[in-house]
Design a protein around this ligand. Structure first.
Ligand code: GTP
Ligand code: MG
Length: 393
């Protein structure tokens, strides 16, 4: 399963985001370092379910009226402060948590109510824009530190026969879960001293920077837009046109309200509807939420998850079925599964994703939308419905 990590300074709202996305009961509080041990839970990305092209909805438990939710794993990591890579704050073990993820959602507190340490400050005393790059930088410096600490091994190896700097570096950083092809790609991108003994801090940092970029897609989400001054949001979107914004707090309220049957709301919807009995006070609160959602087209939370998985990581969703005419599995369930796969995957990759035996026994595949056999090197598209024919049962 795809793993996403939430990173950010203390008090930026990571646990609130996590709780809204997973509905897990965890601690949220208005002081720094509330979270110490990382929380892990299941969140979802959303896409249109192929059943919307048919008369009847599929009835899958992950499909709500044509909105299909596909599970991913989310980690809520402890807060990081400047110089965390040197062990400040709760130390740098949390950078390990981040490296275990496939991609990183970096939350910043755009309300300006907390400083870089996550402490409450008076509005206007701290400029949240300076947080745009700091987490990324901490990750890079930490990575550079790991490379540097292991450098003596590489230097030692360089005095022996058959030394190859690329494979030596690959063996050091592969422990961080970075694929060796990514490492080789980074080394090709940079100019570096041929002898390991000549490497300096700038070289480690440059390598770390490139490694972070290829191995850990990262997006910044400006959180707490419900209480942020409008100028801060304008300033931010002026600097980064593509920046994403969210109110984890509002999403949490909506998710709870929907769970209790007070409102009709599915994550990622741009509006909600009140369907239960509410007090005048609740109505006032929900009106505020409604106004903000109208302005920003939703709370932004689902959008953040979808953006990182589909756009930054380049994943697609593919629906394997056993009966290509009815889009069902052997037990009659319509569109039973949805797999997130890397863009560029082939039918055989899908077969392996379903089961190793199915992959080993792969014979051919059928595009169930077109009812046509497809070649084994055809690249799968987002939303494809595929029947795999395999010698394995
Ligand atoms: N208004 C508003 N408050 C928020 C939002 N998200 C979080 N908060 C508040 O910000 C405070 C910190 O939230 P947490 O979710 O505990 O923050 P965290 O990033 O997990 O903090 P640490 O675990 O200490 O690193 C709490 O008081 C939350 O209620 C939001 O979108 N809007
Ligand atoms: Mg927390």
């Amino acid at each position: 399963m795809i793993v996403l990590a939430l990173a950010g300074k203390p008090n930026s709202g990571k646990s609130t985001f996590f709780k809204a996305a997973t509905l897990a009961e965890i601690e949220i509080a208005e002081y720094p370092f509330t979270t110490i041990k990382a929380n892990r839970g299941i969140a979802y990305v959303r896409r249109e379910c192929p059943c919307v092209d048919r008369e009847k909805r599929c009835g899958n438990s992950h499909c709500r009226n044509g909105k299909r939710y596909i599970p991913i794993e989310l980690i809520d990591v402890a807060g990081l402060v400047p110089d965390a890579h040197l062990g400040r704050g709760l130390g740098n073990q949390f950078l390990d948590d981040l490296m275990n993820a496939d991609a990183i959602i970096n939350l910043i507190d755009i309300s300006g109510r907390t400083n870089e340490e996550g402490e409450l400050v008076e509005i206007g005393k701290y400029d949240p824009i300076q947080e745009l790059t700091f987490i990324k930088r901490e990750i890079e410096l930490w990575l550079a530190g790991v490379i540097k600490r292991n450098w003596t091994n590489i230097e030692r190896a360089s005095r022996g026969p058959k030394f190859n700097i690329e494979t030596s570096i690959a063996s050091v950083v592969s422990g961080l879960g970075i694929k060796s092809q990514d490492i080789l790609h980074c080394l090709k991108e940079m100019e570096y001293p041929p002898m390991p003994s000549e490497w300096a801090d700038g070289d480690y940092e440059q390598l770390a920077c490139l490694l972070r970029e290829v191995s850990k897609p990262l997006i910044v989400i400006a959180n707490k837009i419900d209480i942020a001054p409008e100028e801060s949001i304008k300033q931010l979107t002026g600097i980064e046109k593509d920046v994403l914004i969210a109110s984890s707090q509002y999403e949490l309220i909506l998710r709870k309200g929907s769970e209790r049957g007070i409102i009709q709301y599915d994550p990622g919807d741009e509006t909600f509807e009140i369907i239960g009995e509410i007090t005048a006070e609740q109505e006032e609160g929900l009106n505020e939420i409604g106004k903000m959602m109208e302005r920003y087209r939703g709370t932004g939370l689902q959008n953040a998850l979808d953006r990182i998985v589909y756009r930054e990581m380049g994943m697609i969703t593919v629906f394997p079925v056993e009966n290509e005419a009815k889009w069902i599995d052997g037990r009659g369930n319509t569109l039973p599964d949805a797999y997130l796969m890397k863009n560029g995957s082939t039918p055989r990759d899908l077969a392996y994703e379903v089961h190793t035996d199915i992959g080993d026994g792969y014979l051919y595949a059928i595009d169930a939308r077109l009812n046509r056999r497809i070649s084994e090197d055809q690249i799968l598209k987002d939303g494809d419905i595929i029947k795999i024919v395999s010698a394995a049962k």
